[in-house]
Design a protein around this ligand. Structure first.
Ligand code: NAD
Length: 423
Protein backbone atom coordinates (compact mmCIF):
# COMPACT_ATOMS: atom_id res chain seq x y z
CA UNK A 1 0.00 0.00 0.00
CA UNK A 2 1.42 3.45 -0.87
CA UNK A 3 2.58 5.44 2.15
CA UNK A 4 2.67 9.13 2.98
CA UNK A 5 6.26 10.21 3.53
CA UNK A 6 7.68 13.59 4.50
CA UNK A 7 5.99 16.71 5.88
CA UNK A 8 2.67 17.81 4.40
CA UNK A 9 1.39 21.40 4.60
CA UNK A 10 -2.37 21.92 4.55
CA UNK A 11 -3.09 25.52 3.56
CA UNK A 12 -6.62 26.22 4.80
CA UNK A 13 -6.37 23.55 7.52
CA UNK A 14 -8.84 25.31 9.84
CA UNK A 15 -11.72 24.96 7.38
CA UNK A 16 -14.73 22.69 6.93
CA UNK A 17 -12.69 20.26 4.78
CA UNK A 18 -9.15 21.24 5.82
CA UNK A 19 -9.51 20.47 9.53
CA UNK A 20 -10.81 16.89 9.11
CA UNK A 21 -8.27 16.31 6.32
CA UNK A 22 -5.34 17.52 8.45
CA UNK A 23 -6.37 15.21 11.31
CA UNK A 24 -6.86 12.28 8.94
CA UNK A 25 -3.41 12.76 7.42
CA UNK A 26 -1.79 13.15 10.84
CA UNK A 27 -3.26 9.76 11.80
CA UNK A 28 -1.70 8.14 8.72
CA UNK A 29 1.84 9.48 8.86
CA UNK A 30 4.40 9.99 11.58
CA UNK A 31 5.82 13.03 9.79
CA UNK A 32 4.57 16.56 10.47
CA UNK A 33 1.22 17.69 9.13
CA UNK A 34 1.34 21.47 9.18
CA UNK A 35 -1.81 23.58 9.28
CA UNK A 36 -1.36 27.02 7.73
CA UNK A 37 -4.41 29.29 8.07
CA UNK A 38 -5.37 32.90 8.78
CA UNK A 39 -8.78 32.12 10.38
CA UNK A 40 -10.52 34.26 7.76
CA UNK A 41 -13.53 31.98 7.21
CA UNK A 42 -14.45 32.36 10.88
CA UNK A 43 -14.28 36.17 10.50
CA UNK A 44 -16.09 36.34 7.17
CA UNK A 45 -19.00 34.10 8.21
CA UNK A 46 -19.50 36.42 11.20
CA UNK A 47 -19.41 39.43 8.87
CA UNK A 48 -22.74 38.30 7.35
CA UNK A 49 -24.09 37.90 10.91
CA UNK A 50 -23.91 34.12 10.75
CA UNK A 51 -21.90 31.42 12.52
CA UNK A 52 -21.15 27.72 12.26
CA UNK A 53 -24.20 25.82 13.50
CA UNK A 54 -21.93 23.18 15.01
CA UNK A 55 -19.76 24.87 17.66
CA UNK A 56 -16.07 24.72 16.72
CA UNK A 57 -13.14 25.01 19.08
CA UNK A 58 -10.35 27.56 18.57
CA UNK A 59 -7.25 26.15 16.83
CA UNK A 60 -5.31 26.10 20.13
CA UNK A 61 -8.00 23.89 21.72
CA UNK A 62 -8.33 21.73 18.60
CA UNK A 63 -4.63 20.87 18.64
CA UNK A 64 -4.58 20.22 22.39
CA UNK A 65 -7.61 17.91 22.12
CA UNK A 66 -6.19 16.08 19.09
CA UNK A 67 -3.01 15.31 21.00
CA UNK A 68 -4.88 14.32 24.15
CA UNK A 69 -7.36 11.97 22.46
CA UNK A 70 -5.08 10.39 19.84
CA UNK A 71 -1.69 10.55 21.58
CA UNK A 72 -0.16 12.03 18.41
CA UNK A 73 1.93 15.18 18.37
CA UNK A 74 2.60 15.54 14.64
CA UNK A 75 -0.23 18.01 13.92
CA UNK A 76 1.26 21.50 14.09
CA UNK A 77 0.04 25.03 13.39
CA UNK A 78 1.83 27.76 11.49
CA UNK A 79 -0.22 30.96 11.50
CA UNK A 80 -0.08 32.74 8.18
CA UNK A 81 -1.91 34.41 5.34
CA UNK A 82 -1.31 33.03 1.85
CA UNK A 83 -1.41 36.60 0.50
CA UNK A 84 1.81 37.28 2.45
CA UNK A 85 4.68 36.05 0.20
CA UNK A 86 7.35 36.22 2.94
CA UNK A 87 5.34 34.13 5.36
CA UNK A 88 4.46 31.48 2.75
CA UNK A 89 8.13 31.34 1.75
CA UNK A 90 9.31 31.02 5.36
CA UNK A 91 7.00 28.08 6.08
CA UNK A 92 7.68 26.21 2.83
CA UNK A 93 11.45 26.72 3.27
CA UNK A 94 11.25 25.54 6.89
CA UNK A 95 9.44 22.23 6.23
CA UNK A 96 10.50 21.50 2.63
CA UNK A 97 7.26 19.51 2.28
CA UNK A 98 6.86 16.40 0.17
CA UNK A 99 3.26 17.46 -0.46
CA UNK A 100 1.17 20.60 -0.12
CA UNK A 101 -2.63 20.70 -0.05
CA UNK A 102 -4.03 24.07 -1.01
CA UNK A 103 -7.54 24.77 0.30
CA UNK A 104 -6.95 28.33 1.55
CA UNK A 105 -9.55 30.16 -0.47
CA UNK A 106 -12.53 32.40 0.01
CA UNK A 107 -14.79 29.53 -1.00
CA UNK A 108 -18.30 30.94 -1.28
CA UNK A 109 -19.72 31.88 -4.68
CA UNK A 110 -22.57 33.97 -3.14
CA UNK A 111 -20.07 35.83 -0.89
CA UNK A 112 -18.10 36.80 -4.00
CA UNK A 113 -21.35 38.14 -5.53
CA UNK A 114 -22.40 40.48 -2.67
CA UNK A 115 -20.77 43.55 -4.21
CA UNK A 116 -17.58 44.81 -5.84
CA UNK A 117 -15.56 44.76 -2.62
CA UNK A 118 -16.40 41.10 -1.96
CA UNK A 119 -15.65 40.15 -5.58
CA UNK A 120 -12.27 41.89 -5.56
CA UNK A 121 -11.37 40.49 -2.14
CA UNK A 122 -12.19 36.96 -3.36
CA UNK A 123 -10.15 37.15 -6.53
CA UNK A 124 -7.13 38.78 -4.87
CA UNK A 125 -7.17 36.37 -1.93
CA UNK A 126 -7.48 33.29 -4.10
CA UNK A 127 -5.30 34.17 -7.07
CA UNK A 128 -2.47 35.85 -5.12
CA UNK A 129 -2.42 33.08 -2.51
CA UNK A 130 -2.10 30.41 -5.18
CA UNK A 131 0.69 32.33 -6.94
CA UNK A 132 2.62 32.76 -3.68
CA UNK A 133 2.47 29.00 -3.04
CA UNK A 134 3.57 28.24 -6.60
CA UNK A 135 6.63 30.54 -6.42
CA UNK A 136 7.73 29.31 -2.98
CA UNK A 137 7.41 25.68 -4.05
CA UNK A 138 9.46 26.34 -7.18
CA UNK A 139 12.20 27.89 -5.00
CA UNK A 140 12.26 25.57 -1.97
CA UNK A 141 10.46 22.30 -2.75
CA UNK A 142 10.31 21.93 -6.54
CA UNK A 143 9.61 18.20 -6.34
CA UNK A 144 6.71 18.51 -3.89
CA UNK A 145 3.26 17.36 -4.97
CA UNK A 146 0.82 20.29 -4.99
CA UNK A 147 -2.74 19.09 -4.46
CA UNK A 148 -4.77 22.15 -5.33
CA UNK A 149 -8.50 22.39 -4.69
CA UNK A 150 -10.49 23.80 -7.58
CA UNK A 151 -14.19 23.35 -8.21
CA UNK A 152 -16.48 21.55 -10.64
CA UNK A 153 -18.04 25.01 -10.99
CA UNK A 154 -15.04 25.99 -13.13
CA UNK A 155 -16.61 24.09 -16.02
CA UNK A 156 -20.08 25.62 -15.77
CA UNK A 157 -22.81 23.55 -17.40
CA UNK A 158 -21.73 22.83 -21.01
CA UNK A 159 -23.99 20.92 -23.36
CA UNK A 160 -21.40 18.15 -23.84
CA UNK A 161 -19.79 15.65 -21.43
CA UNK A 162 -17.11 17.27 -19.27
CA UNK A 163 -13.87 15.36 -19.78
CA UNK A 164 -11.29 14.74 -17.05
CA UNK A 165 -8.35 16.68 -18.43
CA UNK A 166 -7.98 17.39 -22.12
CA UNK A 167 -10.48 17.45 -24.96
CA UNK A 168 -9.57 16.92 -28.60
CA UNK A 169 -10.90 19.61 -30.92
CA UNK A 170 -11.00 19.37 -34.70
CA UNK A 171 -11.40 22.59 -36.66
CA UNK A 172 -10.63 23.49 -40.26
CA UNK A 173 -9.37 19.97 -40.93
CA UNK A 174 -6.79 20.09 -38.10
CA UNK A 175 -6.82 18.58 -34.59
CA UNK A 176 -5.32 19.56 -31.25
CA UNK A 177 -5.77 18.78 -27.56
CA UNK A 178 -6.82 21.52 -25.12
CA UNK A 179 -7.75 21.70 -21.47
CA UNK A 180 -11.54 21.29 -21.21
CA UNK A 181 -13.05 24.81 -21.56
CA UNK A 182 -13.91 26.70 -18.37
CA UNK A 183 -17.12 28.76 -18.02
CA UNK A 184 -17.37 29.85 -14.38
CA UNK A 185 -20.58 31.53 -13.25
CA UNK A 186 -19.39 33.62 -10.28
CA UNK A 187 -16.34 35.73 -9.46
CA UNK A 188 -15.35 32.99 -7.01
CA UNK A 189 -15.38 30.36 -9.76
CA UNK A 190 -13.44 32.71 -12.01
CA UNK A 191 -10.71 32.92 -9.33
CA UNK A 192 -10.42 29.12 -9.49
CA UNK A 193 -10.12 29.25 -13.27
CA UNK A 194 -7.25 31.75 -13.01
CA UNK A 195 -5.61 29.36 -10.51
CA UNK A 196 -5.90 26.53 -13.00
CA UNK A 197 -4.18 28.53 -15.74
CA UNK A 198 -1.45 29.73 -13.35
CA UNK A 199 -0.83 26.14 -12.30
CA UNK A 200 -0.65 24.97 -15.91
CA UNK A 201 1.98 27.58 -16.68
CA UNK A 202 3.93 26.78 -13.49
CA UNK A 203 3.86 23.12 -14.45
CA UNK A 204 5.17 23.94 -17.88
CA UNK A 205 7.94 26.32 -16.89
CA UNK A 206 9.02 25.03 -13.43
CA UNK A 207 7.93 21.41 -13.87
CA UNK A 208 5.76 21.57 -10.72
CA UNK A 209 4.00 18.29 -10.00
CA UNK A 210 0.32 19.25 -9.70
CA UNK A 211 -3.03 17.60 -9.06
CA UNK A 212 -5.74 20.12 -9.85
CA UNK A 213 -8.96 18.85 -8.28
CA UNK A 214 -12.32 19.84 -9.72
CA UNK A 215 -14.48 19.04 -6.72
CA UNK A 216 -18.24 18.73 -6.58
CA UNK A 217 -20.35 20.08 -3.73
CA UNK A 218 -19.48 18.50 -0.38
CA UNK A 219 -22.08 17.50 2.22
CA UNK A 220 -21.96 16.02 5.70
CA UNK A 221 -20.91 16.95 9.19
CA UNK A 222 -18.74 14.07 10.32
CA UNK A 223 -15.60 12.07 9.62
CA UNK A 224 -13.93 9.37 11.72
CA UNK A 225 -11.69 11.97 13.37
CA UNK A 226 -14.25 14.74 13.99
CA UNK A 227 -16.36 12.39 16.12
CA UNK A 228 -13.52 11.49 18.50
CA UNK A 229 -14.34 14.51 20.72
CA UNK A 230 -16.49 17.67 20.66
CA UNK A 231 -13.41 19.86 20.33
CA UNK A 232 -12.57 18.07 17.05
CA UNK A 233 -15.87 18.84 15.27
CA UNK A 234 -15.80 20.68 11.97
CA UNK A 235 -17.88 23.70 10.99
CA UNK A 236 -21.38 23.56 9.50
CA UNK A 237 -22.53 26.63 7.60
CA UNK A 238 -26.23 26.94 6.95
CA UNK A 239 -26.92 30.52 5.84
CA UNK A 240 -27.60 31.29 2.18
CA UNK A 241 -24.10 32.69 1.64
CA UNK A 242 -21.88 30.08 3.25
CA UNK A 243 -24.00 26.93 3.35
CA UNK A 244 -23.90 24.33 0.57
CA UNK A 245 -27.08 22.78 -0.74
CA UNK A 246 -27.63 19.47 1.10
CA UNK A 247 -26.33 20.81 4.42
CA UNK A 248 -28.59 23.86 4.01
CA UNK A 249 -31.65 21.74 3.20
CA UNK A 250 -31.30 19.79 6.45
CA UNK A 251 -31.10 23.01 8.47
CA UNK A 252 -34.13 24.40 6.58
CA UNK A 253 -36.07 21.21 7.32
CA UNK A 254 -35.31 21.40 11.04
CA UNK A 255 -35.72 25.16 11.51
CA UNK A 256 -38.36 26.14 8.92
CA UNK A 257 -40.06 22.83 8.10
CA UNK A 258 -39.69 23.79 4.47
CA UNK A 259 -37.06 23.55 1.77
CA UNK A 260 -36.21 26.50 -0.44
CA UNK A 261 -36.06 25.56 -4.10
CA UNK A 262 -34.25 28.02 -6.36
CA UNK A 263 -36.27 28.42 -9.57
CA UNK A 264 -37.28 25.12 -11.13
CA UNK A 265 -34.83 23.11 -9.03
CA UNK A 266 -33.43 21.42 -12.11
CA UNK A 267 -29.90 22.82 -11.69
CA UNK A 268 -27.73 19.70 -11.74
CA UNK A 269 -24.34 19.28 -10.08
CA UNK A 270 -21.86 16.69 -8.80
CA UNK A 271 -21.78 15.81 -5.08
CA UNK A 272 -19.70 13.87 -2.60
CA UNK A 273 -19.71 13.42 1.15
CA UNK A 274 -17.14 14.90 3.51
CA UNK A 275 -15.90 11.34 4.21
CA UNK A 276 -15.34 10.83 0.49
CA UNK A 277 -13.69 14.22 -0.04
CA UNK A 278 -11.12 13.38 2.66
CA UNK A 279 -10.61 9.82 1.37
CA UNK A 280 -10.21 11.02 -2.21
CA UNK A 281 -7.57 13.61 -1.30
CA UNK A 282 -5.70 11.06 0.82
CA UNK A 283 -5.72 8.62 -2.09
CA UNK A 284 -4.41 11.30 -4.45
CA UNK A 285 -1.62 12.18 -2.00
CA UNK A 286 -0.69 8.50 -1.68
CA UNK A 287 -0.66 8.20 -5.49
CA UNK A 288 0.99 11.42 -6.68
CA UNK A 289 1.41 12.32 -10.33
CA UNK A 290 4.77 11.59 -11.95
CA UNK A 291 7.57 14.13 -11.67
CA UNK A 292 6.65 17.13 -13.81
CA UNK A 293 3.08 15.92 -14.45
CA UNK A 294 -0.06 18.09 -14.33
CA UNK A 295 -3.12 15.98 -13.53
CA UNK A 296 -6.76 17.12 -13.51
CA UNK A 297 -9.10 15.08 -11.33
CA UNK A 298 -12.90 15.41 -11.34
CA UNK A 299 -13.70 14.67 -7.70
CA UNK A 300 -17.36 13.77 -7.31
CA UNK A 301 -19.38 10.70 -6.48
CA UNK A 302 -22.89 11.29 -7.82
CA UNK A 303 -24.91 13.73 -9.91
CA UNK A 304 -28.30 15.11 -8.86
CA UNK A 305 -30.55 18.09 -9.49
CA UNK A 306 -31.47 20.24 -6.53
CA UNK A 307 -35.17 19.24 -6.50
CA UNK A 308 -34.35 15.51 -6.35
CA UNK A 309 -31.97 16.24 -3.47
CA UNK A 310 -34.72 18.16 -1.68
CA UNK A 311 -37.04 15.17 -2.06
CA UNK A 312 -34.39 12.90 -0.60
CA UNK A 313 -33.87 15.23 2.38
CA UNK A 314 -37.68 15.40 2.85
CA UNK A 315 -37.85 11.58 3.02
CA UNK A 316 -35.15 11.43 5.69
CA UNK A 317 -36.83 14.34 7.54
CA UNK A 318 -39.96 12.18 7.99
CA UNK A 319 -37.85 9.63 9.92
CA UNK A 320 -37.27 12.44 12.45
CA UNK A 321 -40.98 13.34 12.56
CA UNK A 322 -40.54 16.42 10.36
CA UNK A 323 -42.93 16.98 7.45
CA UNK A 324 -41.58 19.58 5.06
CA UNK A 325 -43.15 21.77 2.36
CA UNK A 326 -41.32 23.16 -0.63
CA UNK A 327 -41.07 26.93 -1.12
CA UNK A 328 -40.01 28.17 -4.52
CA UNK A 329 -37.83 31.26 -4.44
CA UNK A 330 -36.46 33.28 -7.31
CA UNK A 331 -33.01 31.94 -8.24
CA UNK A 332 -30.54 34.60 -6.99
CA UNK A 333 -27.91 33.27 -9.40
CA UNK A 334 -27.64 33.79 -13.10
CA UNK A 335 -27.50 30.20 -14.31
CA UNK A 336 -29.30 27.75 -16.57
CA UNK A 337 -32.26 26.30 -14.69
CA UNK A 338 -32.54 23.21 -16.89
CA UNK A 339 -29.58 21.74 -18.72
CA UNK A 340 -27.58 18.68 -19.75
CA UNK A 341 -24.94 17.56 -17.25
CA UNK A 342 -22.48 14.71 -17.56
CA UNK A 343 -18.97 14.39 -16.15
CA UNK A 344 -16.19 11.86 -16.69
CA UNK A 345 -14.55 10.77 -13.45
CA UNK A 346 -12.27 7.80 -13.90
CA UNK A 347 -9.04 8.63 -12.10
CA UNK A 348 -10.26 8.22 -8.53
CA UNK A 349 -12.07 4.89 -9.18
CA UNK A 350 -8.92 3.65 -10.96
CA UNK A 351 -6.98 4.35 -7.73
CA UNK A 352 -9.50 2.33 -5.69
CA UNK A 353 -11.86 5.11 -4.58
CA UNK A 354 -15.28 3.97 -3.44
CA UNK A 355 -18.11 5.66 -1.53
CA UNK A 356 -17.61 5.27 2.20
CA UNK A 357 -21.20 5.78 3.38
CA UNK A 358 -24.62 5.64 1.85
CA UNK A 359 -25.89 9.14 1.03
CA UNK A 360 -28.99 8.83 3.22
CA UNK A 361 -26.86 7.72 6.19
CA UNK A 362 -24.74 10.85 5.79
CA UNK A 363 -27.94 12.95 5.61
CA UNK A 364 -29.13 11.23 8.82
CA UNK A 365 -25.88 12.26 10.54
CA UNK A 366 -26.46 15.87 9.45
CA UNK A 367 -30.01 15.71 10.89
CA UNK A 368 -28.67 14.39 14.21
CA UNK A 369 -26.11 17.19 14.49
CA UNK A 370 -28.53 19.91 13.39
CA UNK A 371 -31.20 18.74 15.85
CA UNK A 372 -28.59 18.69 18.63
CA UNK A 373 -27.41 22.26 17.98
CA UNK A 374 -30.55 23.82 16.47
CA UNK A 375 -30.91 26.39 19.27
CA UNK A 376 -27.69 28.06 18.05
CA UNK A 377 -29.38 28.97 14.76
CA UNK A 378 -32.88 29.96 15.97
CA UNK A 379 -31.97 33.65 16.09
CA UNK A 380 -30.36 33.53 12.62
CA UNK A 381 -33.27 31.95 10.72
CA UNK A 382 -33.70 34.91 8.38
CA UNK A 383 -30.18 34.30 7.00
CA UNK A 384 -31.46 31.13 5.35
CA UNK A 385 -33.17 33.24 2.65
CA UNK A 386 -30.82 34.37 -0.15
CA UNK A 387 -29.69 37.99 -0.15
CA UNK A 388 -26.67 38.07 -2.51
CA UNK A 389 -28.16 38.45 -5.99
CA UNK A 390 -25.87 38.01 -8.98
CA UNK A 391 -27.59 40.84 -10.87
CA UNK A 392 -27.06 43.34 -8.03
CA UNK A 393 -23.39 42.57 -7.46
CA UNK A 394 -22.19 45.62 -9.41
CA UNK A 395 -22.87 47.74 -6.26
CA UNK A 396 -19.58 48.90 -4.69
CA UNK A 397 -20.36 48.37 -1.01
CA UNK A 398 -23.55 46.69 0.08
CA UNK A 399 -24.81 48.24 3.31
CA UNK A 400 -25.31 45.75 6.10
CA UNK A 401 -22.83 43.23 4.64
CA UNK A 402 -19.60 45.19 4.65
CA UNK A 403 -16.34 43.35 4.20
CA UNK A 404 -14.42 43.38 7.52
CA UNK A 405 -11.58 45.93 7.33
CA UNK A 406 -9.03 43.54 8.85
CA UNK A 407 -9.12 41.13 5.88
CA UNK A 408 -8.44 43.79 3.26
CA UNK A 409 -4.69 43.23 3.77
CA UNK A 410 -2.87 40.04 4.79
CA UNK A 411 -3.33 39.27 8.49
CA UNK A 412 -0.12 39.31 10.55
CA UNK A 413 1.16 36.31 12.49
CA UNK A 414 0.29 37.98 15.80
CA UNK A 415 -3.25 38.82 14.70
CA UNK A 416 -3.78 35.23 13.56
CA UNK A 417 -2.36 33.75 16.79
CA UNK A 418 -4.87 35.82 18.74
CA UNK A 419 -7.78 34.73 16.51
CA UNK A 420 -6.61 31.11 16.85
CA UNK A 421 -6.82 31.25 20.65
CA UNK A 422 -3.07 31.28 21.47
CA UNK A 423 -2.35 33.76 24.27
N1 NAD B 1 -17.27 22.94 0.67
C1 NAD B 1 -17.53 22.58 -0.57
O1 NAD B 1 -18.62 22.10 -0.90
C2 NAD B 1 -16.49 22.75 -1.65
C3 NAD B 1 -16.77 22.28 -2.93
C4 NAD B 1 -15.82 22.42 -3.94
C5 NAD B 1 -14.60 23.01 -3.65
N2 NAD B 1 -14.35 23.47 -2.38
C6 NAD B 1 -13.04 24.07 -2.12
O2 NAD B 1 -12.42 23.36 -1.06
C7 NAD B 1 -11.56 24.23 -0.32
C8 NAD B 1 -11.92 24.20 1.14
O3 NAD B 1 -13.27 24.56 1.27
P1 NAD B 1 -14.03 24.57 2.65
O4 NAD B 1 -15.44 24.26 2.36
O5 NAD B 1 -13.27 23.77 3.63
O6 NAD B 1 -13.92 26.13 3.00
P2 NAD B 1 -13.52 26.88 4.35
O7 NAD B 1 -13.79 28.32 4.12
O8 NAD B 1 -14.18 26.23 5.51
O9 NAD B 1 -11.96 26.63 4.40
C9 NAD B 1 -11.00 27.47 3.79
C10 NAD B 1 -9.91 27.75 4.80
O10 NAD B 1 -8.92 28.57 4.19
C11 NAD B 1 -8.58 29.63 5.07
N3 NAD B 1 -8.11 30.77 4.26
C12 NAD B 1 -8.81 31.51 3.37
N4 NAD B 1 -8.06 32.51 2.89
C13 NAD B 1 -6.84 32.40 3.49
C14 NAD B 1 -5.65 33.16 3.43
N5 NAD B 1 -5.55 34.26 2.70
N6 NAD B 1 -4.59 32.73 4.15
C15 NAD B 1 -4.65 31.63 4.95
N7 NAD B 1 -5.79 30.90 5.07
C16 NAD B 1 -6.87 31.28 4.35
C17 NAD B 1 -9.85 29.93 5.83
O11 NAD B 1 -9.63 30.59 7.06
C18 NAD B 1 -10.44 28.52 6.02
O12 NAD B 1 -10.01 27.93 7.22
C19 NAD B 1 -11.72 25.60 -0.98
O13 NAD B 1 -10.72 25.72 -1.96
C20 NAD B 1 -13.07 25.50 -1.65
O14 NAD B 1 -13.17 26.41 -2.70
C21 NAD B 1 -15.27 23.35 -1.38
Amino acid sequence: MPQLKGPIIVFGGDGYIGWPLAMHLAMRTSDDVVIFDNMSTRLLVKSVNSDSLIPIAAMAERLKAFKEYTGRDNLVFEPGDVRDPQRVDEVIAKYKPSAVVHLAHQRSAPFSMIDQRHAVYTEVNNVVGNLNIIFSLARHAPNAHLLKMGSMGEYGTPNITITEGDIEIEYGGRKDKFMFPRMGQSFYHLSKIFDTYNLLLANEIYGLRVTDIMQGVVFGTRTHETTIAEELQTRLDFDSTWGTVINKYVVQAVLLKKLLIYGKGRQTRGFLSLYDSINAMTLLLENPPKEGEYRTVNQLDMIYDTLTLAQMVAEVAREYGIDVDYERVEDPRVEKEEHFYDVEHRILPSLGFHREKDMKDVIREIFEDVIKYRSRAESMKELIYPYARWKDSYIYDRQGFSLPREVERPLTVNEILKLAGFG
